[in-house]
Ligand binder design. Structure first.
Ligand SMILES: Nc1ncnc2c1ncn2[C@@H]1O[C@H](COP(=O)(O)OP(=O)(O)OP(=O)(O)O)[C@@H](O)[C@H]1O
Length: 248
C-alpha cells in the first residue's frame, strides 16, 4: 500500500441525528464515531432501522448532523455552506444506492459522464473518461443502451461508473446489491473488490453479513450506536469465501 493508503481520510466524531418531534421523535444516530483510512473498505451492518443509511447520509453530506462533526480530507463538511457542500459532494464523493437513480432518457455513457459535465469538464474529456469507466465495469458494449435496456446488475454497474466519474475521494454505497439477484450481486461485489484493489476508499452499508465479510473492517451498529467492529485483513478477509457462499 502507498503512503497515501495510511492517511486518515475521514473523521467523524459524536454524530447524532434525530427525526420527528414529540412522541414521534426517533433518535436515528447517537454519539457515533468513525475514522476511515484512505484505501480501506469498511462495511456497515446491523438490523433494520439501526441507523446505517442515516450514518451514510451524514458522512456524504446529504444530511447534516444535529450533533458532532464530519471531516473529510481536512475539510469540515458539517459546517459548510449549502453551495460549498453541494460542490464538495459532486467532486469528492461517489454515491451508489440500492435504487440506481439513473436518468431513464439518457444512455449509459451519458449517465456516466453527467457528473463531469455538471462539474464543467469538456464534453470530449467527459466522454473519453466515461467510456473508459464503462469498459472498467465490463459494459463497453452497452454504452449506447438506455437503462431500460439493461439488466439490474448492469444498471448498478453503470451507477458505479457514474460514482467514479469525478474521481471521488470516497465512495459511499447504500445496499448496493439490495435489488439484485445472486448472479448480479456477484458481479457488483467483484467490481467493488476491484475498486478496493485499485486503492479506492469505500463504505458499504449492507444487511448481508456475507457481503460485509468482503471488507477490511466490518462495523456493526445497534440503535444508532456503535456495537462492534471486526477487522478482516489478509487471509481472513472473506472475499472469495463470501462470493462463493452467495452462490449456495
Ligand atoms: N426521514 C426520516 N424521517 C423520520 N424517521 C426517519 C427518517 N429517516 C430515518 N428515520 C428513522 O431513523 C431510524 C434509522 O433509519 P435508517 O434508515 O438510518 O436505518 P437503517 O439501518 O439504514 O435501516 P434499513 O436497514 O431498514 O435500511 C429508523 O428508525 C428510521 O425509521
Amino acid at each position: 500500500m502507498s503512503d497515501a493508503g495510511n492517511a486518515v481520510l475521514l473523521n467523524a466524531r459524536g454524530l447524532g441525528k434525530h427525526y420527528g418531534s414529540g412522541n414521534g421523535r426517533v433518535r436515528a444516530l447517537d454519539g457515533f464515531d468513525l475514522d476511515l483510512t484512505a484505501g480501506e473498505t469498511v462495511a456497515v451492518t446491523g438490523s433494520s432501522g439501526c441507523g446505517k443509511s442515516t450514518l451514510l447520509h451524514l458522512l456524504g453530506g446529504l444530511e447534516r448532523p444535529d450533533e458532532g462533526t464530519v471531516t473529510i480530507a481536512g475539510e469540515r463538511i458539517d459546517t459548510m455552506s449549502e453551495r460549498a457542500l453541494s460542490r464538495f459532494r459532486r467532486d469528492a464523493i461517489g454515491f451508489v444506492f440500492q435504487v440506481f437513480h439513473l436518468m431513464d432518457e439518457l444512455t449509459a455513457v451519458e449517465n456516466v459522464e453527467l457528473p463531469a459535465l455538471l462539474a464543467g469538464r469538456s464534453a470530449r474529456t467527459a466522454r473519453k473518461r466515461a467510456l473508459g469507466l464503462l469498459e472498467q465495469v465490463g459494459l463497453a458494449d452497452r454504452a449506447s443502451h438506455v437503462p431500460s435496456a439493461l439488466s439490474g446488475g448492469q444498471r448498478q454497474r453503470v451507477a458505479v461508473a457514474r460514482a467514479l466519474m469525478n474521481e471521488p475521494l470516497l465512495v459511499l454505497a447504500d445496499e448496493p446489491t439490495g435489488n439484485l439477484d445472486s448472479e448480479a450481486t456477484l458481479d457488483v461485489l467483484r467490481l467493488f473488490d476491484n475498486l478496493h484493489s485499485a486503492g479506492h476508499t469505500l463504505v458499504i452499508v449492507t444487511h448481508d453479513a456475507r457481503i460485509a465479510a468482503t471488507a477490511d473492517r466490518m462495523i456493526t451498529m445497534r440503535d444508532g450506536t456503535f456495537l462492534d467492529e471486526t477487522r478482516l485483513s489478509g487471509g481472513s478477509r472473506g472475499t472469495l469465501g463470501a462470493l462463493i457462499s452467495l452462490e449456495d
